[in-house]
Design a protein around this ligand. Structure first.
Ligand SMILES: C[S@@+](CC[C@H](N)C(=O)[O-])C[C@H]1O[C@@H](n2cnc3c(N)ncnc32)[C@H](O)[C@@H]1O
Length: 290
């Protein structure tokens, strides 16, 4: 399963996911480096997750987005703005509408499964969402109730939060470690949502995804097969071949099929047999050399 993990932070949500190819996007290079150490097999993109979503959403099976929550947060509004005198007042800010842009884009354009996670806001959410696990979730699959226990955010130290989030960042030299840890979704919550997504795929989809190793392609091309051969420097060797499927192509192609068995993980052609000299000469025979 190809997964896009947007606004990945250090990957609390991703900690307990298994059997997936993940591309993670984070714009803070220090945080992205920590993520890469925790999940070396994931591809990590340092850049803007909002733009990445727009450019690449179509290449994934499942998309998780955790856009920044500060401008939607109850704490910022209730404590920071409504002014308990003990705290410094904060200025009014526009709630960041990228949150809703992403939800609408995913809902209307994306064919796969998706979830957007955010804080419970200080206003009535503009789009209906599920509230559980201390977050608000917009998704195209049902998310059942989960009790995440005490998040330990209010009094948590870096040490207690590391334990709670199951991520030890003591050896990394990054700023605001406590905040970075508070930003993490609890791994068990990330797994719960991931499992809910898997549950929502119908059985047929799951069987395909889990079992397919090779795809056999048989494409009819009649006398429209065009081929060239190059040397190690990329210079063309011999003539262009324009006609029936060359003799050296795999299987019983009868001159007008391309028949390839392709490994879905590596893209390698499995039924390839190295052509003989004679077959190559016949296909790319250079009339000038006669
Ligand atoms: C709430 S945290 C994500 C937590 C993560 N889902 C987890 O469970 O650990 C949001 C992250 O998004 C990053 N971020 C904020 N704006 C971003 C943007 N435009 N593009 C990419 N990353 C961004 C922040 O640096 C932060 O690490």
């Amino acid at each position: 399963m190809k997964v896009l993990n947007l606004y990945c932070g250090i990957g609390g949500n991703r900690k307990l996911w298994k059997d997936c190819d993940v591309v993670a996007v984070e714009f803070d290079p220090g945080i992205a480096t920590v993520y890469k150490q925790f999940y070396p097999n994931d591809a990590v993109v340092i850049g803007d997750a909002h733009q990445y979503l727009l450019d690449h959403y179509m290449n994934f099976d499942f998309i998780w987005a955790s856009p920044p929550c500060q401008s939607h947060s109850q704490i910022r509004y209730n404590i920071g703005f409504l002014a308990n005198r003990k705290y410094k007042k904060v200025k009014a800010v526009y709630p960041d509408m990228k949150l809703y842009q992403e939800i609408i884009l995913l809902d209307k354009f994306f064919k796969g499964k998706w979830v957007v996670e955010n804080t419970i806001p200080y206003y009535e959410p503009l789009i209906k969402a599920t509230k559980t696990g201390g977050h608000l979730w917009w998704s195209n699959f049902p998310i059942s109730e989960i009790n995440h226990g005490n998040r330990g955010h209010r009094d948590g130290t870096v040490e207690t939060l590391q334990e709670r989030k199951m991520l030890d960042i003591s050896k990394f030299n990054i700023k605001n470690k406590r905040q970075v840890l508070r930003n993490c979704v609890e791994p068990e919550v990330g797994l719960h949502v991931y499992n809910e997504m898997l549950k929502s795929l119908n059985k047929k989809e799951r069987v395909y995804e889990m079992k397919i190793k090779t795809i056999s392609i048989s494409a009819k091309c009649s006398d429209l097969c065009f081929a060239t051969a190059q040397d190690k420097d990329g210079n063309q060797v011999g003539d262009e071949h324009d006609g029936y499927v060359p003799d050296f192509m795999p299987d019983e192609h009868y001159g007008d099929y391309v028949m390839l068995d392709i490994d879905i993980d590596t893209g390698k052609i499995l039924n390839w047999k190295k052509p003989t000299e004679a077959q190559l000469r016949k296909t790319f025979h250079n009339k000038k050399d006669e």
